[in-house]
Design a protein around this ligand. Structure first.
Ligand SMILES: [Zn+2]
Length: 167
């Protein structure tokens, strides 16, 4: 079997869902009038609605071979990578972040995957990813899920509408 990660040519055809909703089209329009490094994320439930970030980015890391293999690496390569990072491998280009949507009228945590500077996909956060989130959990420390859950609950509860109005 070939290692898919080593043959990552820019195919440009894989995000058909985005194409159907006109998402890509809008993004390319924005490309011309916005400064290139700005990202604009749209609500997966309301494709025309811009999302407002209401949390930090919680970056993800992998501690198990299976988690790395899910990103398209072979078992051997995954093991090598994990070893190189002392069994805590930062996963670049993907994170968990909370966004407010004016249409949803609520904030939602999304699992964000960045494909390039402007293209992202948002999907619901798989349960196990919460345990792979960094940011509030220091990588070099002793990661505990409960620490994260506490912060997460606080971010949802206390900041409330005040934070959204501010944005
Ligand atoms: Zn929405």
């Amino acid at each position: 079997m070939n290692d898919p990660a080593s043959s990552s040519k820019p195919v440009g055809s894989t995000f058909s869902q985005a194409d159907e909703s006109g998402f890509t089209e809008k993004l390319s329009l924005k490309r011309s009038r916005r400064r290139s490094k700005r990202r604009e994320l749209l609500c997966p439930r309301h494709p025309d609605q811009k999302l407002y970030s209401v949390s930090a980015k919680y970056h993800l890391y992998a501690t198990e071979i299976g988690q790395v293999m899910l990103r398209g690496l072979s078992k051997r390569k995954s093991d090598e990578l994990l070893a190189a990072f002392n069994r805590v491998l930062p996963l670049t280009g993907e994170w968990i972040e909370c966004f407010w949507c004016d249409h949803c009228e609520c904030s939602t945590w999304w699992y964000v995957k960045r494909h390039d500077q402007l293209e992202h996909t948002l999907s619901s956060v798989p349960r196990e990813l919460w345990e792979q989130a960094t940011g509030v959990i220091r990588v070099e420390g002793n990661p505990t899920v409960s620490d994260f859950s506490r912060r997460h609950a606080r971010a949802r509860g206390v900041t409330g509408m005040r934070q959204y109005r501010f944005l």
